[in-house]
Design a protein around this ligand. Sequence first.
Ligand SMILES: [Zn+2]
Length: 355
Amino acid sequence: MKAVRFHGQKDLRYEDIAIPKPGKGQVKLKPSWVGICGTDLHEYLGGPNLCPTTPHPITGEQVPLTFGHEFSGVIEEAGEGVYDYKPGDRVVVQPIIYDGTCGACLEGLINCCYSNGFVGLSGWGGGLSEHVVVPTSTLYHLPDNVSLEVGALVEPLAVGWHAVNVSPYKAGDAVLILGGGPIGLSVIQALKARGAGKIIVSEVSPRRREYAKQFGAHHVLDPAKDDIVAKCRELCEKQGVHVVFDCAGVQAGLDQAVHAVRARGTIVNVAIWEKPCSIHPNDLVFKERRYTGVATYVKGDFQEVIDAISSGKMTPHNMITKKIHLNEVEEKGFKTLINDKDNQVKVLVEVGGGR
Ligand SMILES: [Zn+2]
């Protein structure tokens, strides 16, 4: 079968590999649509970082590895002991790989597993291949009224959903979101789905500011021109916002965030940073501000996102800005996202499951 595998920096190959067989408690599925993620781009441009170069503690695999961790698909074959899933079922894959035995996992924090990994980054194949085998614990059924295309958006939406779940945000709070990329847009939609108060987005790209508005931001600011701190105070009772979601991961944004958040407010970091940043602890101390990190999602987030889409509380379809085929991933997918970043949100790869 064909697969897109990551061999190393700027070395992505469309190549033939063996078709996997489902074992006990596993299913073989044909991916339908696969999103390309910022994490994939980081690996391609500067990696391997997350992709293991020595055997991963759970999968035992290392590069070259099949890419693709945001995907929907159709079950082709159920392995031994699998009764909840049958050929033809439409599903999405929650790609976290966890050991289920460490302290974090035992507390339900599978996203913080001390050995964690991802389908499509750490082994067990990935969405960018004609077939993939995963354990049924990764699967969620898609309701009839949610398309396989939109199914591929559940993973990035779950990141934003989880960030809001874990944050101290409560209905009616004012929020500042730094960055209007796919994750910033996911946070906006998660907030809208629960009746957001005031959503302010800071984003340099005009096209991305348009997207932010389209998905429900009440105020969009340009950090190159606007004074973000002054604007946030002006819009929020001269105090600033209750919660900041940092979906950009740049020092200049953090410098503003620290002063744009009110007393006892919280800065939630969702971004993956390329290098360390600095923060003056006194800026937290004297206003009792908090700074916290969130990572991916836990069990429950995927189902909540699927339910929000199915019930019409979220309508994420317009996040899809381009569709390509499996043999075009590097040229029309990765290179488009690198060179035409401002005009793209999600590039989806059609693999063919469910057609
Ligand atoms: Zn664990």
